[in-house]
Design a protein around this ligand. Structure first.
Ligand SMILES: [Zn+2]
Length: 418
């Protein structure tokens, strides 16, 4: 095949495609048979999309007359699809290391919340921070994520709570989308906490009557772009009814639903997610049996967050039961001031050790299924012809070494803009 191409990744020891049939997600059975080729190559076109992925000899013959802007010799190395982080809170100012010592002394998440710590501490600092300072901090975090192999990340607002600061955060996210290579799925999470002096119902009214119409206006002006809507559905935060009202209003404005549910208390959030046809519900440490059945039936992804259960010493989400019952399981880092983890490989490692997922399951959950949770599995989450050329190379002959926290490997992340 003649013609000009951007990149040839040649002769990888292992090429992890994940899937090959355009699957939008993988259930438990499919996760056991991830597509992995040996001695294989990938071709990326000038438009940044994958043009070929397969046996190295066949590709060499097929593209013998072609020219490439760049060729990378991948012998002895592995190529994997870029990792997708389906849940982060990466825009904020003010660190919370002082709370870590409180937690080590036995304070719970809600103990800290009630003495003005937790989200409220971050909200105060984020409200006061200049927009450029917020961006610079956010940018450093995104670069660290990219260095660990993440090529698409969901980024939430939610440390503003008032409209002005929520918009400031969404503008910061928009700037990163335009200036950096990493892919971003932007989430409005104005219902992350109830602002002081308001009830959950009053806060929901503000969001529905003022925040969402303003965001729509800014979207139409081309100032920001928001993909998803999120609510912290939790006892003492937003009850089920306020959560339903906010999510439905967001959906009516064209946003995908992707929200925090059943984390600290059973709230029937999973059932609500299924009812509203949410793309995903995150956390789910306290999901009910009925919730598992409802999510499986509705094809609503469960975004599990191993760092949260680890740092808050919560019970682990029932990953095995969800997989067995046919739920689409995805992973996210839950990066936030309280769980400072930029590394999806670390998240996958924790999912294996603490949530009893296999390495293949964790990899599918951090690629194709996380992409599905963001409505992006048509373009991300596997190495298939026609998808965006987002991938990473590790200097190891077996991709499974990637899961072993003691293994030393370096990551080269390659991302092309849409
Ligand atoms: Zn979260």
């Amino acid at each position: 095949m003649a013609g000009e191409y951007k990149l040839l990744l040649e002769g990888a020891k292992e090429l992890v495609l994940v899937c090959t049939q355009g699957e939008k997600y993988l259930l438990e059975a499919g996760m056991q048979h991830l597509a992995v080729l040996e001695n294989a190559s990938v071709v990326i076109g000038k438009d940044g999309y994958i043009k070929a992925a397969g046996d190295a000899k066949i590709i060499r013959n097929q593209f013998s007359g072609a020219s490439f802007e760049k060729t990378i010799d991948c012998s002895g190395k592995c190529i994997l699809p870029g990792l997708v982080d389906a849940h982060t809170h990466p825009v904020w100012a003010g660190d919370r290391v002082h709370e870590f010592s409180m937690k080590l002394a036995g304070a719970s998440y809600m103990d800290i919340h009630q003495v003005g710590g937790g989200i409220h501490f971050t909200v105060r600092h984020t409200q006061e921070a200049p927009e450029d300072e917020l961006f610079q901090r956010f940018k450093q975090r995104l670069l660290r994520m990219m260095r660990a192999g993440t090529t698409l990340v969901e980024c939430k607002s939610g440390y503003g709570l008032n409209l002005e600061t929520e918009i400031k955060m969404l503008r910061v996210i928009e700037r990163a989308r335009r200036e950096l290579d990493i892919g971003i799925s932007s989430t409005y999470c104005g219902a992350h906490s109830v602002p002081k002096g308001k009830t959950a119902t009053e806060a929901a009214d503000d969001i529905i009557n003022f925040h969402l119409p303003k965001l729509k206006e800014l979207e139409l002006n081309g100032e920001i772009h928001v993909d998803n809507i999120d609510v912290f559905c939790e006892k003492g935060v937003f009850d089920l009814n306020s959560t339903r009202r906010i999510l439905q209003a967001g959906k009516d404005k064209g946003l995908q639903i992707n929200f925090h549910g059943d984390e600290l208390h059973p709230m029937h959030s999973a059932e609500l997610g299924a009812e509203l046809e949410a793309k995903a519900v995150s956390h789910l440490e306290e999901i009910s049996n009925e919730g598992i059945t409802a999510m499986a039936r509705a094809k609503c992804a469960a975004v599990l967050l191993p760092t949260t259960a680890y740092i808050l010493r919560l019970k682990q989400p029932q990953a095995r039961k969800m997989l067995e019952e046919g739920v689409i399981v995805a992973l996210g880092s839950d990066f936030n001031p309280n769980a400072y983890c930029c590394s999806m490989p670390m998240v996958m490692h924790l999912a294996c050790v603490n949530m009893k997922m296999s390495m293949k399951e964790a990899l599918a959950a951090a690629t194709i299924n996380a992409a599905y949770a963001l409505g992006k599995s048509h373009s991300h989450g596997s190495i298939e012809i026609g998808k965006q050329g987002d991938l990473f190379i590790i200097n190891s002959p077996r991709y499974s070494l990637f899961f072993h926290s003691n293994s030393s490997y370096t990551v080269v992340t390659i991302i092309f803009h849409e």
